[in-house]
Design a protein around this ligand. Structure first.
Ligand code: 2DT
Ligand code: MG
Length: 200
């Protein structure tokens, strides 16, 4: 019996309402059409124990929680899934993930008195992505998208800082591809598929 080829871990990052989940789902469909086993995953997973606390923190802007504490909850929310992630990858399933460690790092590190290096530490040891797509979009566009503003971080000042720090991280890593979403959904999809099929 031939050895199963490990699946790829593909992450989509970007500010709120940048279209990450749409593109993740389209990529899963496209890969399945190429007979590549693929699965969509997203963080935070609000259904788990830590996910419920995170959901309450995000939706209830009055909820008081130290910035370090919520940072660690977001990270724990990923560690809760580590066995599942590893086993799917080992079974040859490619995971298309909507937000991962970089969301954790960026959204915390832009806060006052939070240290970037400290924010990176609890992520160490999680499976490393093979490829990260950073969706780049204008502030004007996200702010008029339905639902923007309903959760804690969805305001211009935070989103601008997040967008800047994402770009900073993208320059530090060589497996990132910045994708401008001013192009049509189909164009973005072609670009991500092209990149994935080249990898396979
Ligand atoms: P969604 O809108 O994608 O549900 O995200 N966030 C997310 C963090 O601060 N740290 C993390 O580790 C992750 C995964 C980004 C909800 C918000 O949670 C933020 C937006
Ligand atoms: Mg959001």
């Amino acid at each position: 019996m031939g050895q199963i080829k490990r699946g790829a871990l593909i992450v989509f990052e970007g500010v709120d309402k940048s279209g990450k989940s749409t593109h993740c789902k389209k990529l899963v469909e496209a890969l399945e059409n190429f007979k590549i086993k693929a699965k969509f995953m997203s963080f935070p997973d609000r259904s788990t124990l830590t996910g419920k606390l995170i959901d309450n923190y995000l939706r209830n802007k009055e909820c008081q929680l130290d910035d370090h504490a919520i940072h660690l909850l977001f990270t724990a929310n990923r560690w809760e899934k580590v066995d599942q992630i590893k086993s799917l990858l080992n079974d040859g399933v490619t995971l298309i993930v909507d937000r991962y460690s970089y969301s954790g790092i960026v959204y915390s590190a832009v806060k006052k008195n939070m240290d970037l290096n400290w924010c990176k530490q609890p992520e160490i040891g999680l499976p490393k992505p093979d490829m990260v797509f950073l969706l780049s979009i204008s502030q004007e566009e996200i702010m008029v998208r339905p639902g923007f503003g309903s959760e804690r971080y969805e305001h211009r000042e935070m989103q601008e800082k997040v967008a800047d720090m994402y770009l900073q991280l993208s320059r530090e890593c060589d497996n990132w591809e910045v994708i401008n979403t001013a192009r049509s959904i189909e164009d973005v999809q072609d670009r991500t598929c092209e990149e994935m099929c080249r990898e396979n």
